[in-house]
Design a protein around this ligand. Structure first.
Ligand SMILES: C[S@@+](CC[C@H](N)C(=O)[O-])C[C@H]1O[C@@H](n2cnc3c(N)ncnc32)[C@H](O)[C@@H]1O
Length: 594
């Protein structure tokens, strides 16, 4: 296991002092990855054998959260002003050093990348909420940008030499740091500023669908060149690296050796699906998502051997609907890096998101019959530490990619335990007219996710009395409804929250319950594991295995998202079932009865 500690200062007391210290050559030294802004990060995945956090420099530990908190303070000022302030005007004012004194005071305390992040985020909160969601306007904070750059450099990215692009540029989270590095390198080699601007025009390209955001991005870029690198304002005034346009509709602009981006994340609605499916038929398994389309476009448009570094939702790593996507990108590219962000909360402003980094190298031509392969993989932790934990395993057939760890020897699957999985039938908000507080003829118990206690007990009352259920523990059921479960089974929570210690929380529904009721119905946030044969392992034993450390570690390796799919669960490598009598762990039949 290799560790890289991010170091260096993130926030400096005043913008002026940063500018003074950072003229010309020293800028690059400050921003180089070894001395870069620190990193915070997500996904519930834990690298094997992680010790307690030991951050090299306590300053880094507090700096990223502090910078995040300061950005939040700026944003808090604007939250209620959406619709009352024009986002472009306000952000251009901030970029030129004008605005409310209390906001400017906070901005002055942030290092330039964080200040840019704050200004771009002001744009995001001032724009109409629906539009923000539809375009996926959630920006990449500087420490994530730095990490991706660091990983790509190791595979040959050289900003001073290569043509680079971001087709979903937003507030230029990637383009400003790249321009800073390019221009600083050239300045230190004596290149004339006029030539630097010409090179930036030729080598750095962004596209953004929102014209206001594109103008803010260009303003931030010009501000950096003039304010930090002291390039004459006359020279930078016409520079517009970010063009306005829809990157999915542009043919083949061939403007990049490499691409760095955080594309928009949005699952297409039915109409969008119909519109785009034929163009993306080779990656469309389930519903298309905008980010998979951006990755696929990059694999057509970036030069062969070029690198594509993206920040993506981690759910594609294991989700069954991404099987075609995983298979196809492996045919088109070498997967070089797969890192996960440690936490899903507090990374992206206004979004809770399990995220990962991928770095792909486009193949010269597609390879159809591939063997399984691996990618360098690690975890970026909240304290700024990057832990390189080994190699992720990438099966070529579209099966889930798994993060580093030890596979159980002689693993079994759910079928070996004698079970299959099914998602709870009832969607409570759509079928609320069927729900009741009391039992009666024609009604059966409805099991909610909260019926599964954190320590693996089945507690019917806990579920029905939880806030969502509001006491509604029974459901009207037609005679012989196929979705009624009439045998002892195992319940699994379909989604986990950050506060849970385990991703998998399971509980056996004991025989006793079925002596009182002739069956049960699952609510949609529950997966029910149902025995398929008479010699199936006892539900109590299976629940204990699922609540155990091996199953949880395996799940974290193959499922990057907060929700668990039946397919992932059915294919999860589990310890082989033992033949000894069931160990009843965490189940108390009496207390679970109504
Ligand atoms: C997740 S944000 C990332 C922005 C920036 N790259 C960053 O990392 O902070 C995605 C951006 O893509 C833009 N976008 C969405 N659809 C687009 C499209 N079809 N063409 C170009 N840009 C698009 C959004 O407006 C948004 O600014």
């Amino acid at each position: 296991m290799t560790r890289r500690h991010f170091s260096g200062q993130v926030a400096l007391p005043l913008l002026e002092s940063w500018v003074d210290n950072s003229r010309m050559g020293s800028t690059l030294a400050r921003l180089a990855p070894s001395s870069s802004a620190s990193a915070v990060y997500s996904a519930n995945y834990k690298a094997p054998d992680l010790p307690e956090p030991t951050c090299a420099r306590p300053g880094v530990v507090s700096d990223v959260p502090r910078c995040m908190a300061m950005v939040e303070r700026v944003i808090a000022y604007y939250r209620n002003l959406s619709g009352r302030l024009d986002p472009v005007t306000e952000c251009l004012r901030l970029a030129s050093g004008k605005g409310s004194p209390q906001v400017l005071e906070v901005l002055a305390q942030l290092a330039p990348p964080w200040g840019d992040h704050a200004i771009a985020s002001v744009y995001a909160v001032l724009m109409p909420r629906q539009r923000r969601k539809r375009l996926g306007v959630y920006f990449t904070p500087p420490h994530l940008v730095e990490h991706l750059l660091h990983r790509m450099r190791a595979f040959g990215l050289d900003p001073a030499q290569h043509r680079l692009r971001d087709p979903s540029a937003g507030g230029a989270a990637f383009l400003v740091p790249l321009a800073r590095e390019m221009a600083s390198t050239w300045l230190s080699k004596g290149v004339h500023p006029r030539e630097i601007i010409a090179r930036l025009r030729a080598q750095l390209h962004g596209r953004e669908i929102d014209s206001g955001l594109a103008s803010v991005a260009n303003a931030l870029l010009r501000r950096m060149l003039a304010g930090e690198l002291r390039i004459s304002a006359d020279l930078v005034t016409d520079l517009s690296v970010v063009k306005v346009g829809d990157s999915l509709r542009i043919g083949d602009p061939s403007d990049g050796d490499h691409e760095l981006s955080n594309p928009p994340y949005l699952r297409l609605a039915a109409a969008g699906q119909r519109q785009w499916k034929k163009h993306f038929s080779d990656i469309a398994g389930g519903r298309l998502n905008l980010y998979t389309m951006f990755v696929r476009r990059a694999l057509d448009q970036i030069a062969p051997k070029g690198l594509i570094g993206h920040v993506l939702p981690a759910s594609f790593l294991g989700g069954p609907e991404f099987s075609a996507f995983r298979r196809r990108i492996m045919q088109l590219a070498d997967i070089l890096v797969l890192d996960v962000v440690e936490k899903r909360k507090g990374v992206f402003l206004d979004a809770i998101q399990d995220a990962c980094f991928v770095v792909l190298r486009r193949r010269a031509s597609p390879v159809d019959n591939l063997p399984a392969t691996t990618a360098s993989s690690g975890v970026l932790r909240h304290c700024g530490e990057f832990i390189l934990s080994g190699h992720a395993a990438l099966p070529a057939d579209g099966s889930p990619w798994s993060l580093p760890g030890n596979d159980p020897i002689d693993a079994a699957k759910l079928a070996d335990y004698g079970y299959r999985g099914t998602v709870g039938y009832l969607v409570a908000n759509r079928q609320s007219h069927l729900l009741h507080r009391r039992p009666a003829k024609g009604r059966l118990p409805l099991v909610w996710a909260k019926c599964i206690t954190p320590n693996g007990l089945f507690d019917f009352d806990r579920g029905r009395n939880a806030e969502k259920a509001g006491g509604r523990g029974f459901v009207t059921v037609p005679k012989n409804a196929a979705y009624v479960i009439r045998v002892p089974c195992v319940l699994v929570q379909r989604t986990s929250s950050n506060s849970q210690s385990r991703r998998l929380t399971a509980a056996a529904v004991p025989k006793n319950f079925f002596r009182h009721y002739e069956g049960l119905v699952g609510e949609n946030h529950v997966i029910i594991l149902v025995p398929t044969r008479s010699d199936a392992v006892a539900p109590e034993r299976l629940a204990a295995v699922l609540n155990g450390p091996e199953a949880n570690t395996m799940l974290s390796r193959v499922c990057g998202s907060a929700s668990i799919s039946v397919r992932v669960l059915e294919n999860l490598p589990l310890p082989r079932p033992r033949s000894e009598p069931p160990v009843v762990r965490g189940v108390d039949e009496k207390s679970s009865l109504p």
